[in-house]
Write a protein that binds this ligand. Structure first.
Ligand code: DX5
Ligand code: ZN
Length: 228
């Protein structure tokens, strides 16, 4: 994996052609498949579950799959996603009664762990579990929908999270999710992020799915990142 990783959110892909969409975006140079799981309970939307993750693996996808759980409760579904081929499983601390236990469960199942922070959620949840976390995901929108605008306060939060990671000496990725496009990825990277989720920024609008556009958008993002 490159130092900077681009993680297209398949939430904005054409679900009727999901395998092909994921192949195209990976062929265009994406590093990670970001997989948004919503339950119409923790967030007001409903998306995809382990079956779809399994289907992507059976289709031949070998890239890391980054499962972002926006579900409550969390623990019941962790083993199912591990079996379905998830690489990372991240969850929101508010959605688990026992954050340390959920992190342990993800590890036991052989996956990498991550905690996700909503715009208003403090990073203090990390204080006693930083050594058990492989990824910190900062939401730069409120979770539940693609296509929202980047919340600028995330930049300052990224700087704080970057400092925590560097001071800990642990190998932890710092991911950001929501409203990331080629025109703001550079300042987000400069604030400390190394992993960039982008849904509508890469896949574009619902009726404009031109795989050639994925090459040029991902290249534009890489060019911006090269300037950091
Ligand atoms: C929002 C999801 C995001 C979403 C990002 O709850 O977690 O991953 O797909 O979409 P864009 O990049 O369009 O903001
Ligand atoms: Zn997400």
């Amino acid at each position: 994996m490159n130092d900077f990783a681009i993680a297209p959110s398949i939430l904005a892909a054409d679900f009727a052609r999901l395998g092909e969409e994921v192949d195209n975006v990976l062929a265009a140079g994406a590093d990670i498949v970001h997989f948004d799981v919503m339950d119409n309970h923790y967030v007001p939307n409903l998306t995809i579950g382990p079956l779809v993750c399994d289907a992507l693996r059976n289709h031949g996808v070998t890239a890391p799959i980054d499962v972002h759980l926006m579900v409550k409760p969390v623990d019941r579904i962790i083993p199912d996603f591990a079996k379905a081929g998830a690489s990372y499983i991240t969850f929101h601390p508010e959605a688990s009664e026992h954050v340390d236990r959920s992190l342990g469960l993800i590890k036991e199942q052989g996956c990498k762990t991550g905690l996700v922070f909503n715009p208003a959620t403090p990073l203090s949840h990390l204080e006693y579990v930083l050594d058990k976390v492989d990824m910190i995901l900062l939401m730069s929108v409120n979770p539940g929908f693609g296509g929202q605008s980047f919340i600028p306060q995330t930049l300052q939060k990224l700087q704080v999270a970057r400092k925590m990671i560097d001071e800990s000496g642990h190998d932890i990725r710092l991911e950001v999710d929501g409203g990331i496009k080629a025109d703001n990825i550079r300042e987000v990277a400069a604030a400390g992020a190394d992993t960039f989720v982008s849904g509508s920024g890469i896949f574009g609008s619902a009726n404009n799915k031109d795989p050639n556009q994925y090459d040029s958008i991902i290249k534009q993002m890489r060019d911006e990142l090269a300037k950091v």
